[in-house]
Each structure stands twice: as C-alpha cells, then as structure tokens.
Write a protein that binds this ligand. Structure first.
Ligand SMILES: Nc1ncnc2c1ncn2[C@@H]1O[C@H](COP(=O)(O)OP(=O)(O)OP(=O)(O)O)[C@@H](O)[C@H]1O
Length: 349
C-alpha cells in the first residue's frame, strides 16, 4: 500500500525545569509509522506514552528534534502552499468538542471560515450549498448552522468539529481521542461517521485512543505506543487477538471481560501497571537488562499478511492465539458495546 503519510525516525524531547535543575522528557524516540491511502490506523497506549505528541508533530504543531514526516513523499515543510497548504491536506480533530468551538459563534461560522481561508468555494451560492452538504455529511440538520455550541449536545459538537475538518477536503484526519469526552451512547455514532468518511471519501485517519475495543472496531491497523516508542503494530484483529509485547498484553488484560473474569490476577496487573507508569526503562521481567544492552529488533508475529510485529527481547512465537475480551464478540459493535463505553481510565485502570 502506498503511504500517504510517513513518519520516519521521529524523536522529540521536551526540556524544562530551572537553570539549576534541568528536566527532560523523551516523549518520542525514533518513531516510524505509515498511513496508507484510505487507511485507518489506531494509535493506542496509556496516558503520557507520546500519542498526542506524535499527532502534534504530524500536524506541525510541534517540531521534531530528529527524523522526518512526509506527505506523499514530500517533507511536511516543503508541501506546496506552505503551512496553510499542508493544513488543507492534514486536519486535526481534538478530544474536547466543548473547548474547541468558541461559544460566541454559531455553527455556520466554524464551517464558513475554513471555506473562505482555504478558498474552497467561490461565491455565496456555492458556499451556502457547501455548508449544507457538510452538515448533512456529518449527520446534522442544516438548521443547526444557526445554533450556538451551548445549544448542541457533545456528540453534535464533535460532528461540527469533524465537519470543520472536512471543509477543506483533507486527505488525512488526525483524530486525538475524538470520542473520549462523549456519552457512551453517542460514541459509536461518531466512530461510524469516521468509518463512513473513510469509505466514501477515502480519507486516511490516525485515530488516537485509550479504548482498545474501539481501535478494534474502527481501525485497519493498530500501533501500540509505550514510553515514546512504537513497540507493536499490526492488523487490528490479529494484534488484539494475539498481543505479543507484554505492554500490549497488559492493556488487553485491562479490558473488562465478564466471560473470562478471574483469568488474570488484578493485583498483579495493578502492581505491574504501577511499575510501567513509573518506568524510565523497560519494566517487564528480564527486559530492563536486555533492553539496555541492545535495542530489541522487530519480530514478525503470526501470518506475514497481518503485518504484525513486536519489538521485545521477551518475544517467543506462540502456536495458537488466545481468546480474550476483544476476541469474544466478533466484530459486532454491540458485542463490544460495554468496552466502547470504557472511559479513558477504563482501559488503563
Ligand atoms: N509541551 C510539553 N512540555 C513538556 N512535556 C510535555 C509537553 N507535551 C507533552 N509532554 C510530555 O511528553 C510525554 C508524552 O505526552 P503526550 O501528551 O504525547 O502523551 P499521550 O500519550 O498523548 O497522553 P494522553 O493520552 O494523556 O494525552 C508526557 O510525559 C508529557 O508530560
């Protein structure tokens, strides 16, 4: 598959502290990621693993210290039309639909502005038609163009934010936890909208989430971030059925599974999770020494068609995949309903 977006060896360290007590956080270390045309890739990992920093680097809101990001083979800072040209092709949708829409403006304002700034439409008639089309595309009544944000529900606001991103006809949408602040009942609608936009308009998406079940439901591929590195990646169904990195296993084991209650020890998992969150080096058994001696290489996992790999010294091929909460209900959204409803802490708790 030809990559629309390629992230190659990107690193980013934040430096801070006082003159006498410098601190630094390696938010991203040598990250590689590809997004194919019309592909949805989920980026999963716990809070602080570097997901948003990666999205912000791709959106040119942060500058990487090393590595490069290419849009159809062109470095992002050399894309025709400069920053505005790039932004018309790569749009970001943020987590907070409440904070991202200025309360003093009506919906129409949010959609009209990008049309005008990026010269998408010519003349009032074309603009009015486009405004209506955008509303219908995201499943909102055109009447709501006259509504203020406080008159809309959270789900409706996030649809307006998505319509605003669509206004410039982007090739790529970076969606940073777009459903985590929405009521459980409307999350699935927003995920279905994103899927429909990919199917109908061929838009590629990077979907950042804590919610593994929604990654499985929506994304063709899933990449797992741990402490600023991508430690595992593959077709979502294969990866989540057979997690190979111990960190992915830990995330999967946190997904509520009424059928398999008691198959893992919650105390042991909580203790491991505390070690993971405090970790500066690999906290998994035997990994620390091995990882500081040599970088783990990528191991292919399972069928090559699944493009599934993991980077871990502990990796050993397994004969069969094990069932877990994410494999129990097939791809049916209803089966995953309880899990799609997990809060940002639901997976991470
Ligand atoms: N502007 C900044 N200055 C200093 N440190 C930062 C900055 N932005 C992010 N960080 C740090 O970089 C690390 C990665 O943060 P990032 O927000 O990318 O993680 P995340 O996986 O998106 O987390 P969350 O899911 O909570 O948004 C964290 O340790 C964070 O504290």
């Amino acid at each position: 598959m030809n990559a629309v977006l390629s992230v190659e060896g990107v690193s980013k360290t934040f430096r801070g502290g006082s003159l006498f007590r410098r601190t630094s956080v390696a938010a991203l270390t040598d990250v590689d990621l590809e997004l194919g045309a019309g592909e949805i890739v989920a980026l999963v990992g716990e809070s602080g693993s570097g997901k948003s920093t990666l999205a912000r680097c791709i959106a040119r809101l942060e500058r990487p210290d090393a590595g490069r990001i290419l849009l159809e083979g062109t470095p992002t800072d050399r894309v025709a039309g400069g920053a505005r040209g790039y932004r018309s092709r790569v749009q970001m949708v943020f987590q907070d639909p409440f904070g991202s829409l200025n309360p003093v403006h009506r919906t129409e304002h949010f959609l009209r502005r990008p049309l005008e700034i990026h010269h998408v439409t010519r003349g009032e008639q074309e603009t009015a038609a486009m405004l209506e089309e955008l509303m219908l595309t995201v499943g909102l009544e055109p009447d709501m163009l006259h509504s203020y944000p406080h008159e809309l529900s959270g789900g409706q606001r996030q649809r307006v934010a998505i319509a605003r991103a669509l206004a410039v006809r982007p090739q790529v949408i970076l969606a940073d936890e777009p459903t985590s602040m929405l009521d459980v009942s409307v999350r699935i609608g927003v995920l279905n909208l994103m899927r429909r936009l990919r199917d109908e308009q061929g838009i590629s998406m990077l979907y950042i989430t804590h919610d593994l079940a929604s990654a499985r439901y929506l994304a063709d591929r899933t990449a797992v971030m741990f402490a600023g590195e991508i430690v595992e990646s593959g077709e979502s169904l294969a990866l989540l059925a057979q997690p190979a990195h111990p960190y992915t296993e830990l995330l999967v084991s946190a997904v509520p599974d009424p059928e398999r209650a008691g198959t893992f020890d919650p105390d042991a998992r909580a203790a491991l999770r505390r070690r993971v969150l405090a970790a500066e080096s690999c906290p998994f058994e035997g990994g620390d020494e091995a990882c500081s001696a040599t970088e783990p290489v990528r191991h292919q996992v399972g069928d090559p068609a699944d493009r599934h790999w993991a980077r871990c010294h502990l990796y050993r091929p397994r004969a069969t995949s094990g069932a877990n909460a994410l494999t129990a209900g097939g791809t049916d959204a209803a089966a995953a309903g309880g899990v799609l409803g997990a809060d940002r802490d639901g997976v991470a708790a």
